[in-house]
Ligand binder design. Structure first.
Ligand code: SF4
Length: 399
């Protein structure tokens, strides 16, 4: 049976000017010649999914990467008009685009707004030039500030800034200075991430070879606690482990992930979640272009259900079968990231009366350890639990 209800869209743009030292996202430098065919493949992939998506309102679209702002404005225009033709974009839809401050100017931002992008997310990471250089970012602190001001001048009303804390050898004062400078710009939303060392990155290599120290977990925890206080003083509400917003300015797209809703992700390496099934497209952008074409050559796909559709989607190279115990665990783990926590009534409605009982012992134990708390019908992570979130989540994984 074809599902109904809202369907969010994610569009992955895998191109970057330079690979940042800490980055393990599916992004590549030096693939400029692939931009045009890649955008064409994205549009073909939209076509492949359009029958399935018919009748489902699209409340949010998110252009992530990679560096979506590296795309020429005409290519963004092509994607957005194709999207409007093939999906039912709600009139008040939130349309976010991730932008690297080193890639934009005032005209570009004006044109983005005119095309219907109504929210920007700038990857700023730090307001210290030496830290930006150590991270291999392509912009300076002054350029980040300038890009932010251009975005306001262009008319953007919803802007997020991403910052990273706990860099190797970073002192508390340096982080404090970065966050204060970000707050002084008055963005509507901020995402603050602790630096993590991901396998295969330049940063991991440097640490393994003694060229950089590991980030200090205790320092990161102190920075996190200080940031929580500072953000609250500045009028931001924390609504997720790493996210703060002015009232009403939460990222509606990311809320779909945390509430374990349905989203379709288009593009190389993009991960989707539809009707309990998780799947992903092939990682290599070049292979993605080829496989989307092969899928299109095979004729219109069977649009009745996700399982039938996925068989004909040649570009989908990873499918995780829907398993109720995984869906339950995902719903809890993602939902507990949010300050609102998880509604147990909603949990029972979605997974049946026995679902809550299956977690009764774990909930009781985590509550006793002051990691979870229960108020009326909701279960939430405590302040203490937020600092030990990974331990809490590990306990909620399926056996
Ligand atoms: S700009 Fe973003 S996606 Fe690109 S390499 Fe840097 S962190 Fe990764």
């Amino acid at each position: 049976m074809k599902p109904s209800g809202a369907l969010s869209l994610y569009v992955h743009i895998p191109f970057c000017t330079l690979k940042c030292s800490y980055c393990d996202f599916n992004s590549y430098a030096g693939l400029e010649e692939l931009v045009q065919p890649y955008v064409s493949a994205l549009i073909t992939e939209m076509e492949l999914w359009s029958q399935y998506a018919r009748g489902r309102p699209v409340p949010t679209v998110f252009f992530g990467g990679g560096t979506p702002s590296l795309l020429p404005i005409e290519q963004i225009g092509r994607i957005l008009s194709a999207l409007r033709e093939r999906f039912e974009l709600a009139p008040e839809a939130e349309v976010t685009l991730e932008a690297n401050p080193g890639t934009v100017n005032l005209d570009y931002l004006r044109e983005l707004l005119a095309l219907g992008v109504n929210r920007l997310s700038f990857g700023v990471q730090s307001f210290h030039d030496d830290e930006l250089a150590a991270l291999d970012r392509i912009h300076s602190a002054a350029e980040a500030e300038e890009a932010y001001r251009w975005a306001r001048d262009a008319g953007f009303q919803r802007i997020n800034l991403d910052l990273i804390y706990g860099l190797p050898e970073q002192q508390m004062e340096r982080w404090q200075a970065s966050l204060k400078r970000a707050i002084s710009l008055a963005p509507d939303h901020m995402s603050l991430y602790a630096l993590t060392v991901e396998e295969g990155t330049k940063l991991a290599y440097d640490i393994d070879h003694g060229r950089a120290p590991e980030p200090d977990g205790d320092v990161q925890a102190s920075m996190y606690e200080w940031s929580q206080e500072r953000m609250a003083e500045a009028g931001y509400q924390q609504y997720e482990i790493s996210n703060w917003a002015r009232p009403g300015q939460e990222c509606r797209h990311n809320l779909v992930y945390w509430r374990n809703g349905d989203w379709l992700a288009l593009g190389a390496g993009a991960h989707s979640h539809l009707s309990g099934t998780r799947f992903a497209d092939v990682y290599s952008p070049k292979r993605y272009v080829q496989l989307v074409q092969e899928a299109a050559n095979a004729g219109p796909p069977d649009a009745t259900d996700v399982a039938a559709l996925l068989k004909s989607m040649r570009q989908v190279t990873y499918v995780e079968e829907a398993r109720p115990e995984v869906a339950r665990s995902d719903t809890l783990i993602m939902g507990l990231r949010l300050n609102e926590g998880v509604s147990l009534a909603e949990f029972r409605r979605r997974f049946g009366a026995g679902a809550e009982a299956a977690y009764a012992d774990t909930f009781a134990e985590l509550t006793k350890l002051d990691l979870l708390e229960r108020t009326n019908d909701r279960i939430r992570i405590t302040d203490h639990g937020r600092l030990l979130a990974n331990e809490v989540f590990t306990r909620l994984l399926p056996d």
